[in-house]
Design a protein around this ligand. Structure first.
Ligand SMILES: Cc1cc2nc3c(=O)[nH]c(=O)nc-3n(C[C@H](O)[C@H](O)[C@H](O)COP(=O)(O)OP(=O)(O)OC[C@H]3O[C@@H](n4cnc5c(N)ncnc54)[C@H](O)[C@@H]3O)c2cc1C
Length: 385
């Protein structure tokens, strides 16, 4: 039987980042990816901050960068809109097919082995680790990492899942420098529609929402733009917006990335936050193996929570607010936001820790009054009033 120190199930950003760190520590690690190609099928907008991607230890290859010219985000309510500057946040759009392959290459160079079209079927505990059953036979390992994405978390809990659709669209109404986020709680309950431009006249256009038919909702969003367009790719995927699961670690088994609920509850963005789950878990596993001390695994959970817990708590609160607003309230809230608050948020906002910008915008007097009526005293956890 084949033997490794660690088996990682799932060869996407979190699993590959973990494998890179484990291999860097000198331990043996294999990544099992059920799809036939790393990064494919791509199910991601690829929107990420430069700072976030650097923290993951990646300098994106030129081939992975689809758009570095994002200047602003247009945030729309059913009948209003405002524009927030995004230059300071240094956001870029990456091609996940290329990005994931880049991390796979990093991991391989450090000594990790990657297998595609190899599905993990079960991981059964043994006296000193696991027997992992795969589509290509059995592997024994000391540590098992679940990086299987939303599919893994859904098998345990369906509550925090939204349906999404994202199409690659060619259309003259896509502006290379502007992201669009459109709120409408009738059409996209609890979420929004979006445009992530990859170039002038081309981009990734998507919707997500609770209980929606994502294909129908996206079709009407695209139609609402008017004019001609072509759809050149369609992707349907669930997203998780309910925050992190309770325990990332159980014995010698570790859960990372979307499988651990590590994507942002506001936007479902997970390249950075899930990737950091992989980085921290890989480092902790490497250290635990070296020191023969499983208690070191706890460093993974601690490091991730230290970095993201308070931000995710605030994002969850912002999500709860959105879920309770009807379209009239969204319009009123938008109308209550003064221009100077938007300028402040543009100047100081952080793409990865955006609850401060949300708090700034909602903290404007009239807006805060509305938010307080909805959130009651919980508002203090989001806004300083
Ligand atoms: C429509 C959409 C748009 C998004 N846009 C953005 C964005 O713009 N910016 C951003 O930061 N995030 C975005 N995200 C979120 C981001 O894609 C995820 O958070 C991130 O990819 C999570 O990485 P992961 O490694 O945890 O899991 P995943 O990327 O989901 O990868 C899990 C991997 O495990 C594999 N797998 C599953 N089961 C098995 C098995 N049994 N055996 C072997 N392999 C298995 C899968 O094939 C997959 O490759 C978007 C998500 C969606 C759905």
């Amino acid at each position: 039987m084949q033997k490794y120190d660690v088996v990682v199930a799932g060869g996407s950003i979190s699993g590959l980042a973990a494998a890179r760190e484990i291999a860097t520590s000198g331990a043996s690690v294999v990544v099992l990816e059920e799809d036939a190609e790393i990064g494919t099928p791509e199910h991601c907008g690829g929107l990420v901050s430069l700072g976030g991607i650097e923290d993951l230890g990646i300098v994106p290859d030129q081939s992975a960068i689809e758009n570095q010219k994002i200047k602003s985000a247009r945030i729309m309510s059913p009948s209003g809109s405002f524009e927030i500057g995004a230059e300071k946040q240094k956001v870029m759009v990456l091609d996940r097919r290329a990005l994931d392959k880049q991390v796979a290459f990093q991991a391989q160079r450090k000594g990790a082995e990657i297998r595609v079209r190899c599905s993990m079927r079960s991981a059964e505990k043994t006296d000193d680790g696991f027997t992992v059953k795969t589509s290509e036979g059995e592997i024994t390992c000391r540590y098992f990492v679940d990086a299987r994405g939303v599919a893994s978390i859904i098998s345990r809990n369906r509550e925090g899942v939204l349906q999404s659709a994202q199409y690659e669209v060619y259309a003259p109404w896509i502006d290379r420098s502007t992201i669009e986020v459109a709120f409408d709680n009738d059409l996209y309950p609890g979420f929004f529609a979006w445009i992530i431009p990859t170039g002038q006249g081309m981009g990734k256009v998507g919707v997500a929402g609770k209980g929606i038919n994502a294909a129908n909702s996206l079709a009407s969003y695209i139609e609402s733009k008017g004019g001609r367009y072509s759809i050149v790719r369609k992707v349907f995927a669930p997203i998780w917006v309910d925050g992190p699961i309770q325990n990332f670690i159980s014995g010698k088994s570790v859960i990372i990335g979307d499988a651990a609920g590590q994507s942002k509850p506001t936007t479902a963005g997970g390249i950075y936050t899930c990737g950091m789950g992989g980085v921290y878990a890989g480092q902790a596993i490497g250290k635990a193996i070296k020191n023969k001390d499983d208690s070191i695994l706890g460093e993974y959970e601690k490091n991730w929570l230290d970095l993201f817990k308070s931000e995710f708590d605030k994002m969850l609160l912002a999500r709860r607010l959105l879920e309770r607003l009807d379209n009239k309230a969204i319009d009123e809230l938008f109308a209550a936001i003064p221009h100077e608050k938007i300028e402040e948020a543009s100047a100081t906002g952080d793409f990865d820790f955006h609850s401060a910008a949300i708090a700034k915008i909602l903290g404007a007097k009239a807006a805060a009054k509305m938010v307080k009526a909805i959130l009651g005293n919980e508002i203090r956890r989001l806004i300083d009033i």
